[in-house]
Design a binder for this molecule. Structure first.
Ligand SMILES: Nc1ncnc2c1ncn2[C@@H]1O[C@H](COP(=O)(O)OP(=O)(O)OP(=O)(O)O)[C@@H](O)[C@H]1O
Ligand SMILES: [Mg+2]
Length: 361
């Protein structure tokens, strides 16, 4: 057995007194407040699709970065807008991640809950292979630097399946959660999912997608816009340490406080970001009205905010004009300095410079 002796992971729920300490409840109240504010601000953006596009890509990029999959923002947007662009494997993974989030979101909207099978499909989309739940023993979590085994998840497929079905019940059913605030449960569920570690790979990213789906299913936000990955990247070693200490010393408190802080900080940062996008959109509308009144429509300006890279096809599709007119719109927007064109392969794409700079931050 040796290092393969798996940790014996308890099914949910943990002892309520462990997850509802005074400190935790106080912090949960603060995090709830921040997230309620974010929800409110997000609803003031006229085009929810625009908001989603902008924020989801940043998350796909950040979350992949936890796994050291690095792609540049430029390359990512080019991959999404230009057909002929050669996609690097890294960028492909980030694009997959975005699709995996959207898949989860659609399933949740359609069904109102998530099944274990949905989780398997999300992970499959993410990693692009259908190995599914681990069935061969040997998966252990090691310290990146020292190579030392820090945690051995359950190895037996039946046990993994049992734990997953226990997990998904608590994920979906509020009544089982005994009035403990949902944000506290987000931390509990995330710990549990990562500790079950049901897949050979992609557990971290799948778990981060489940976090966002949990927020939506509890009506804390409406669309997938609150992502903890950038906080996790910045605090990666504390993230691992706190996860570990739940297993080693049953220290739920510090883990939950860590996750609540992640939620609070991220909600504040996302709110600011959304505010900046909204201000920039309004400013650009005024600017185009004034400097290119002949081509101005609100729709056109909103379109160039849907993603920072636009092209003639998008304008034709969305505004319903001929290619010639679409091309003229984009050229004029370039002339007044709102867009900047760039050749990718044989295609020309137009970058919304200020939006791009904002999203890059
Ligand atoms: N001691 C631990 N106990 C439970 N889970 C852990 C522990 N250490 C790390 N993890 C989880 O394992 C994840 C990594 O697993 P895996 O490589 O399968 O996922 P990934 O998506 O490929 O990676 P990453 O999360 O680094 O992007 C981490 O993100 C973390 O959530
Ligand atoms: Mg991995």
């Amino acid at each position: 057995m040796g290092q393969f002796a798996p940790h014996s992971l308890s099914p949910l729920p943990p002892d309520q007194s462990k997850i509802e300490t005074v400190k935790i409840l106080k912090k949960a109240a603060k995090a709830s407040f921040a997230i309620a504010e974010l929800k409110g601000i997000a609803e003031t953006i006229p085009s929810q699709q625009m908001l989603l596009n902008a924020i989801i890509l940043k998350e796909a990029k950040d979350s992949s970065e936890v796994e050291n999959i690095i792609t540049s923002t430029d390359e990512l947007y080019e991959a999404l807008s230009a057909k002929e662009h050669k996609i690097s494997p890294e960028t492909k993974e980030v694009v997959n991640y975005r699709q995996a989030i959207m898949l989860g979101f659609q399933l949740l909207q359609k069904q109102g809950f998530i099944r274990v099978n949905d989780i398997i499909n999300i992970q499959n989309k993410l990693i692009n292979n259908d190995a599914g739940i681990r069935s061969t023993p040997g998966t252990v979590l090691k310290n990146d630097k020292t190579g030392e085994v820090v945690y051995t998840p359950p190895q037996d497929k039946l046990e993994i399946e049992h734990l997953l079905s226990n997990f998904i019940q608590y994920f979906n059913n509020e009544e089982l959660r005994d009035d403990t605030p949902a944000l506290i449960w987000l931390a509990v569920l995330h710990f549990q999912f990562e500790s079950i570690h049901p897949f050979y790979d992609g557990n971290g990213r799948t778990g981060r997608i489940l976090n966002i789906l949990f927020l939506i299913s509890n009506n804390l936000i409406k669309i997938p816009i609150l992502y903890l990955s950038s906080y996790i990247i910045k605090n990666k070693s504390s993230y691992y340490k706190h996860l570990n200490q739940v297993n080693e010393t049953n220290d739920w408190e510090n883990w939950i406080l860590f996750m609540l802080d992640a939620i609070e900080q991220t909600a504040i940062a996302t709110k600011d970001q959304i505010n900046s996008i909204r201000l920039l959109l309004e400013k650009t509308i005024e600017y185009v009205k004034l400097n290119a009144p002949k081509i101005y429509t609100r729709e056109l300006v909103e379109l160039i905010f849907e993603q920072p890279y636009s092209k003639i096809d998008f304008v034709v599709e969305r505004i319903g004009v001929e290619r010639k007119a679409a091309s003229r719109y984009l050229r004029e927007l370039e002339e007044i300095g709102v867009l900047k064109s760039k050749k990718v392969g044989r295609e020309k794409i137009y970058i919304n410079l200020e939006l791009f700079a904002l999203l890059k931050q």
